[in-house]
Design a protein around this ligand. Structure first.
Ligand code: ADP
Ligand code: MG
Length: 227
């Protein structure tokens, strides 16, 4: 396993739109790692995630993704990207279809994945509901279920625990932990220190246009010193 190549390599990456938000970003993700991306609001966390997803061109440097091009990369966008007029089932099935294309059969397996994702997120009673009728927290659970049904090698999750009440956060974390135990690696944008402590194995911090990469122990030490 130690010989496996990393899932993702960032090489001297600069990110931004017209102006550079952060540069000299060099880091990698090995299988099994969970990265928490931290930094003040507006610093470029979502921009980094979108650049990794290939939705924005880097201003400089490289993003090397070594995951299955079909379905290997999962994404829970901060703005969710759900099909609002379609049902909960349809939206979650889009995740299953990303890694198990319809043209290749497998409809039973897709159904199984969708149903177990709906149950894991506690939204099985909303199966036929159009997503536009759901609350903010329910929408976030649908987007998480979609990622669960996809079973990507690398999941990008941008503030996927926001807008959830305490009990629901526990449900979503348990569902995502199961996915991590099954071998998914994750990059998550997350503000709450207790969720970082619960899930992350590394921390990427963006601050004053600079990028820092900490092991979770280095991060704990740093947070401890600040207190
Ligand atoms: N499509 C865009 N075009 C130009 N600037 C953008 C765009 N999207 C975001 N920005 C700007 O880039 C900066 C970083 O945004 P973002 O990555 O969303 O920050 P964060 O996720 O850390 O809060 C902000 O100043 C934001 O206004
Ligand atoms: Mg953001």
């Amino acid at each position: 396993m130690g010989q496996d190549r990393p899932l993702l390599v960032l090489e001297n990456l600069s990110i931004g739109y017209n102006a550079v938000l952060a540069s000299e970003i060099s880091a990698r993700i090995n299988a099994g790692e969970v990265i928490a991306v931290l930094g003040p609001s507006g610093v470029g966390k979502t921009t980094l995630v979108r650049t990794i997803a290939g939705l924005i061109e880097p201003i400089g440097g490289r993003v090397d993704l070594h995951v299955d091009r079909r379905g290997g990369l999962g994404y829970i966008p901060q703005k969710l990207g759900l099909v609002r007029h379609a049902s909960v089932y349809h939206n979650v099935n889009l995740g299953a279809r990303a890694s198990l294309p319809v043209l290749q059969g497998g409809s039973e397996e897709r159904k199984k994945r969708v149903n177990s994702a709906l149950i894991a997120l506690g939204i099985e009673e909303k199966t036929t509901e159009p997503v536009r009728r759901l609350s903010g927290g329910q929408l976030r659970r649908v987007a998480t279920a979609r990622a669960l049904a996809q079973r990507p090698s690398l999941l990008l999750a941008d503030e996927f625990l926001s807008e959830l009440d305490h009990n629901t956060v526990d449900v979503v974390i348990a569902a995502v932990k199961e996915m991590l135990d099954a071998g998914t690696s994750m990059v998550m944008v997350e503000h709450h220190e207790e969720n970082v402590a619960l899930l992350a194995t590394r921390v990427w911090l963006i601050e004053d246009e600079k990028f820092y990469d900490f092991s979770i122990d280095e991060w704990r030490e740093r947070v401890g010193e600040e207190e």
